[in-house]
Design a protein around this ligand. Structure first.
Ligand code: GLN
Ligand code: ZN
Length: 755
């Protein structure tokens, strides 16, 4: 018996981030379009060869992109909003991605529950002309390298629409797109491809039932073309849609067996004998090698239901870096249990062999057990941490007294207190400092002195502007998660482990590999330096446990909850140390709390329960006198407002400037009782907000909530801005606050009308 192997996509940025570099050179006017496309093609070809050499039978192709795959399909299908139609070619493409001459770009948002961002298609009426020529050219090139193994990857219409902004009705939009897809399928058939992958991850959304009819009619039309279709789903299980999705007229269906409950559905409902089941079994969202024993036993269960199946990673491998073998600086026992894209290809092949031959199976099982045993010896359990975790009681999660009773004990500030979110501009000079320190060109003493000088300057500026609550500026931090990870036990960092975040932007997520503990204070020195320079209250500044987990590659051997709690215990010690050093205010940022929400709403409460608990565990140690702040850089939390309130932070600052106070309204209507800083201007734009605009923004805020509850701040950290933008913007913010305070005090001074 031989078992077929497949892939569903590969990292696109190049092993040495060639595409990123080529994009930046092109945008900077240092290279031309042909050079850029040439580099993209070289990266693609090298990806194909890697997959071919790994022995993959059906290789997904056509997922290379200059910016974003969803954008690519929008353009090919003619989903081009009017404002871009006077442009063409690569010019139009990048205008849609990044904006041009005042024409706003498409909106960017997270791709499902990943950290990859896509550009939101806008269907605002008629479609523009379709053009699949670039895709067909790629298919042809792939066929010359891979022959019959080349399987084009197409983003499916239901998913595309589910993620779009659609002005016309959903069904009309499906109808409009269907014919275009049919044309594409016909052209692919003429090109001689043996099969096409149509990716429809939207079928795992909780609301997928609502597009059942549209899906059925669409795939009936596709089937009529006569090209075998491999329908691909991932990121969660099919849930209630399992029974009808598996009946669609396609030749193969892929399911994710690394997340959700597909195995249960498979056992319960079986699988149609006339279709190939694509088994997504190698986790494309995390970087750990398989625990072969467990994986093989899952595969045996699957085998007992159907013998017609193939093996592949659970999704595109774009969510993991290229090659763990490059990480020479990591300890070998750890490196040997890491699996990036190249290792995952080997794992897929190894699983196929293990199922087919007993000898191979024994050998691989043995190897796997050995590697994990060596790792476990290298990374022993920290029993102290587990004892702490196991002895937690309710009071460890509970601040006391309650918000309304501790309020009067906390720092006294003028009405509408002004503050910032934490970071100030990370200038070239600041980044240079960190680079020099890392290279050993600056001693620790010299480096610290230089950072302290930045802090001092930043405080002087904040005082001159007249802010009420100050921050130290976060000059010592490259990144809000990395900074903490590097100081905690249990985290590892890669050198080459880049994954695409959006466009040319890549991130290197930390790897949580062991029990987390805090060997020493992480922020207290900078806090003390800063507080010693001003009479104004200085915020202690931490990143919250949920954000740290969500922006890292977590362990796969213990739950995310337990990992979040371990981090929370470390942060808790930090909160206590900051208090002991004199901090009256501690901010614990949770910008990534919302994005961790599961794709199916029925699983929200499980996630929110531990996420909220982890935050509370970090902060409940604070004395009543200490004001706890949190920050989230989004505003859509109408649906989780109770959970946000449950964090029991005294003050929350949110992104609100782009939502026209809609959030604030939702917050008021929900009866939110704690203090809230609704970002009064957008830090993502270089525009300095005029005082009058901030006044208006604040006024509508006050109309919605009692003044006592309102803080005044920008909507996120100022790290990516320039000082020339930041200073005038904050001055206007403070001036607007002064105007409002004056209006408020004259209102209270004047006799009330009834008396
Ligand atoms: N304190 C952080 C900063 O100001 C918060 C960043 C964020 O919300 N992403 O940079
Ligand atoms: Zn933010």
């Amino acid at each position: 018996m031989t078992i077929q192997t497949e892939t569903l996509g590969y990292p696109r940025i190049g092993k040495k981030r060639e595409v990123k570099k080529a994009l930046e050179a092109f945008w900077g006017g240092k290279s031309d379009e042909e050079t850029l496309l040439q580099i993209l093609r070289e990266v693609e070809t090298s990806n194909w060869k890697t997959q071919l050499e790994a022995g993959i039978d059906r290789i997904g192709i056509g997922d290379g992109s200059l910016y974003d795959l969803v954008l690519d399909w929008s353009v090919r299908l003619g989903i081009i909003p009017d404002r871009f139609r006077h442009l063409s070619g690569i010019d139009r493409y990048f205008a849609m991605a990044r904006g041009k001459d005042g024409i706003p770009a498409l909106e960017m948002t997270k791709w499902f529950d990943t950290n990859y961002h896509y550009l939101v298609p806008e269907l605002d009426g008629t479609l523009h002309t379709q053009d699949f020529s670039d895709f067909l050219a790629t298919v042809e090139r792939a066929q010359t390298v891979l022959g019959d193994r080349a399987v084009p990857i197409v983003l499916g219409p239901l998913t595309l629409l589910r993620l779009s902004r659609v002005d016309l009705g959903f069904d009309d939009a499906v109808g409009q797109l269907r014919d275009r897809y049919v044309t594409l399928l016909e052209e692919l058939k003429n090109a001689g491809v043996s099969e096409v992958q149509i990716h429809e991850p939207a079928l795992v959304f909780g609301d997928a039932e609502t597009f059942k009819t549209a899906t059925a009619s669409t795939y009936a039309a596709f089937a009529a073309v006569g090209l075998p279709i491999h329908l691909v789903t991932y990121f969660d299980d099919l849930g209630t849609t399992y029974s009808w999705v598996t009946q669609l007229p396609v030749s193969a269906i892929s399911l994710d067996f690394t997340r959700g409950r597909n195995l249960d559905w498979l056992k319960q409902h079986g699988f149609p004998a006339d279709k190939r089941l694509g088994v997504g079994i190698v986790d494309a969202r995390n970087i750990w090698k398989l625990r072969l024993e467990t994986t093989l036993s899952t595969l045996e269960t699957i085998q007992s239901v159907t013998s017609n199946f193939s093996l592949h990673p659970s999704a595109s491998l774009q969510f993991v870096p290229y090659d763990a073998a490059l990480e020479k600086e990591l300890p070998e026992p750890l490196r040997n249990v890491l699996s990036f894209a190249e290792q995952k290809l080997d794992e897929v092949a190894l699983l196929a062999r293990s199922l087919a031959e007993d000898d191979a199976r024994h050998r691989h099982l043995n190897d796997s057990q050995k590697l994990w045993a060596i790792f476990e010896e290298f990374n022993p359990i920290n029993s102290g941490v587990w004892e702490q975790l196991n002895s937690l009681t309710e009071s460890d999660f509970q601040r006391s007294p309650s918000y309304s009773l501790r309020l009067s004990k906390q720092v006294q500030l003028p009405p509408l207190p002004t503050t910032t979110i934490g970071s100030f501009p990370q200038t070239q000079e600041v980044r240079q400092l960190r680079v020099k320190y890392k290279r050993g060109e600056l001693s620790e003493t010299e480096y610290r002195a230089a950072i302290d000088a930045q802090i001092a300057e930043c405080i002087k500026i904040q005082e001159a502007i007249g802010l009420d609550v100050l921050v130290h500026g976060e000059f010592e931090r490259t990144d809000m998660v990395e900074y903490f990870g590097q100081q905690l036990e249990g985290f590892a960092f890669t050198v080459h482990g880049w994954v695409q975040s959006y466009g040319s932007r890549c991130v290197r997520p930390p790897i949580i590999y062991g029990d987390v503990s805090r060997p020493h204070p992480m922020t207290v020195r900078e806090y003390k330096v800063a507080q010693s320079l001003t009479e104004k209250p200085m915020k202690g500044m931490l990143t919250g446990p949920v954000t740290i987990i969500n922006w890292s590659f977590p362990r796969a051997d213990i739950s995310r909850r337990d990992q979040a709690f371990q981090i929370a215990l470390a942060l808790r010690e930090e909160v206590a140390d900051l208090e002991a050093a004199g901090a009256q205010i501690v901010q614990v940022d949770e910008p990534a709390l919302r994005e961790g929400l599961p794709l199916k709403t029925e699983r929200w409460s499980e996630y929110l329960t531990w996420a909220v608990d982890a935050f509370r565990l970090s902060t409940a140690i604070a004395r009543p006198q200490t004001q706890v702040h949190t920050h989230m850089c989004y505003s859509e939390f109408g649906d989780i407002i109770r959970d946000i309130e449950n964090l029991d932070a005294d003050v929350i600052s949110i992104e609100n400037s782009r939502s026209n106070n809609r959030t604030l309204k939702e917050v008021t209507e929900a009866g939110y009782s704690h203090q809230i800083g609704n970002g009064v201007y957008d830090v993502h734009s270089p525009i300095v907000p005029p005082t009058e605009q901030v006044v208006q923004q604040l006024k509508s805020g006050i109309a919605n909530l009692p003044t006592e509850q309102i803080w005044v701040n920008p909507d996120c950290g100022l790290k990516t801005r320039h000082w020339e933008e930041v200073i005038p913007a904050l001055k206007n913010m403070v001036e607007a606050t002064r105007i409002l305070r004056q209006e408020l005090s004259s209102e209270t001074d004047s006799p009330s009308q009834d008396s």
